[in-house]
Design a protein around this ligand. Structure first.
Ligand SMILES: Nc1nc2c(c(=O)[nH]1)N=C([C@H](O)[C@H](O)COP(=O)(O)OP(=O)(O)OP(=O)(O)O)CN2
Ligand SMILES: [Zn+2]
Length: 117
């Protein structure tokens, strides 16, 4: 199996307002998010690629337009946890690129959440 991945970045604010009011993440705050999309295939195409990295440009455009410098509570219809963000972006990528195998999201230098069905 071949696996490729590409990293994307955006900055956004959010509040996890379903948490107890004394939880620090229930307060308005922001992150410099990192998103890594992974694609997998048993065979390579005629170019020797799982898929050309350049074909992932629509994900950058989607993140820039819909997530960057926005308030995530206004963007997602589920709590804006890293897990939910990873699942949302996985579904978005999988609908376009069937080789999508996982999406990882980092909110801080110490944390990662991954959705991999
Ligand atoms: N499983 C998850 N736990 C938490 C999430 C999440 O999306 N999934 N999100 C948050 C906060 O939004 C934020 O990411 C804070 O993370 P945390 O690691 O607690 O932040 P700190 O940098 O302050 O951690 P320190 O250990 O104090 O450095 C919380 N949990
Ligand atoms: Zn947060």
């Amino acid at each position: 199996m071949f696996r490729i991945s590409k990293e994307f970045h955006f900055s956004a604010s959010h509040r996890l307002d379903h948490l107890a009011p004394d939880h620090q993440c229930a307060r308005l705050h922001g992150h410099n998010y990192i998103v890594v999309v992974e694609l997998a295939a048993a065979d390579l195409n005629r170019d020797g690629f799982v898929r050309d990295y350049h074909e992932l440009a629509p994900l950058k455009a989607y993140l820039d337009e819909s997530f960057d410098h926005r308030h995530l509570n206004d963007v997602l219809d589920v709590p804006s946890t890293a897990e939910n963000l990873a699942r949302h972006l996985f579904d978005w990528c999988r609908a376009r690129w069937p080789e999508t195998s996982a999406v990882k999201v980092s909110e801080t230098p110490k944390t990662w959440a991954e959705y991999r069905p």
